[in-house]
Design a protein around this ligand. Sequence first.
Ligand code: FAD
Length: 501
Amino acid sequence: MATEHLDVLIVGAGLSGIGAACRIATQCPGTSFAVLEAREASGGTWDLFRYPGIRSDTDMFTLGYPFNPWPEQQAIADGPMIRSYVRETARKYGVDGTIRYRHRVLGASWSSEEARWTVDVERLDGGETFQLTCGFLFGCTGYYRYDAGYLPQFEGIERFGGTLVHPQQWPEDLDYAGKRVVVVGSGATAVTLVPAMAEQAAHVTMLQRSPSYVIAIPGHDAISELAHRLLPTRAAYALVRWKNVLLGALFYELSRRRPRLIKRVIRSGLERQLPPGFDIDKHFRPRYDPWDERVCIVRDGDLFRALREGKASVVTDRIETFTERGLKLASGQELEADVIVTATGLNLLMVGGMALSVDGEPVQMSETVGYKGMMFSGIPNMAITLGYTNASWTLKGDLCAQYVCRLLNHMRARGYGRVVPKAPGPAHPRHPFIDLRSGYVLRSIESLPKQGDRPPWRMYQNYARDIRMMRRGPLEDEAIEFSRAPAAGAGRNPISAAVPA
Ligand SMILES: Cc1cc2nc3c(=O)[nH]c(=O)nc-3n(C[C@H](O)[C@H](O)[C@H](O)COP(=O)(O)OP(=O)(O)OC[C@H]3O[C@@H](n4cnc5c(N)ncnc54)[C@H](O)[C@@H]3O)c2cc1C
């Protein structure tokens, strides 16, 4: 049987893969593409995570696609609403039929002679593997392992007689009504879970090793409501989107340049929200500056309300061991629990765990340097989507998709079959690819690609700057090499093989 060839293969049908498919369908007419998705459903993160209260922690006017206005009034939206929005977008743009479910991409090998990737795919319904080829590989695989979340080595964990749950594998039928719950963790998931579970549980304790920055933001955006009353939908959406981009950037920049000021602002918010006598220093005063790690948000201050009402409490301590009935802490305190939720994070995974090789040489991602935060030195015709760490993922994700479209159109127009970033010289400093000091990043830092200290090798986490570079900046520069399609391969340009001349 002839091997199927596609101009572009998108891997992953989450927010990014569906966004990429919409962009390619609308901006690269005549380009053949498919989306391969390992799971049986689309939506990625927003389908996988099912824990109580799952919601966005950035606003939907920037987490939504710029081309398809977020249709709801909620700025901070629940997981199922985001899932529906992503799927609805796929339907609206006619790309839902391009998704092939239960297709896991195991690896891909690039051949310079043929100027194409040969991709190994496993069918999860039948178990067989097969190959297809593509001119361009677009990894929209997110940034973490789907099969298991991160669980530290806790002593005595097997002794615990109650129910142990990880938020990444939430049991649909878990009944915690009237039960004593301990949520281990202090990140975005923990601060979401605690107030949501506190509505039914007897009591919820958030047990953290160290505090995070937590701020309350309104679930509804009053300016958005006004804008939607006065302006057509698209104009209102664009306005609110830009308002939020600018406010987010201001908060981030001030956090980096004037951390003491921002710490004071966060502190005064906490003093207003927390009950009198609450030990803010112990539980909500991190040892690092805001945005060294992601700042956690709580919708309408729901976590603080649960603390005020006594439905939840915070303990800052270290787990010494699990016991039959709960946890024994380093301070000697014992926490009894019927349910323990280990909101201890994710396992980072780049390019969906795909094994890549270029002309027979296996690729070590840790030896590559990111180009514009989305391509990698020495890897031809491949890009990934990696969102911002300090703002909504889609802001950068959609710029990546638009950039890939520009690249494909440019290559087609010039007859190029291969594009590859060239590694910056050894004199160029290398820095970690992800600039957060969060545990999940530090645990994997050695296996991640690097970034440089200047454009196009450096990531600035700055949307306005990236718009200039990715939507309007030149595609050809000294750091990237374009070359023509080889005469072999029936003389066709692999990027536009399906397009009639
Ligand atoms: C609990 C949680 C909450 C979050 N909240 C926010 C938020 O509020 N704001 C924000 O900006 N970001 C948030 N993020 C980050 C979030 O992941 C992004 O917002 C966004 O959903 C990423 O979309 P994606 O499509 O790039 O990746 P994902 O949503 O992870 O989707 C990747 C898809 O690729 C598939 N895939 C992976 N590898 C392969 C393979 N080898 N073969 C085939 N298919 C593969 C997966 O099955 C999955 O469907 C959150 C993350 C988590 C875990």
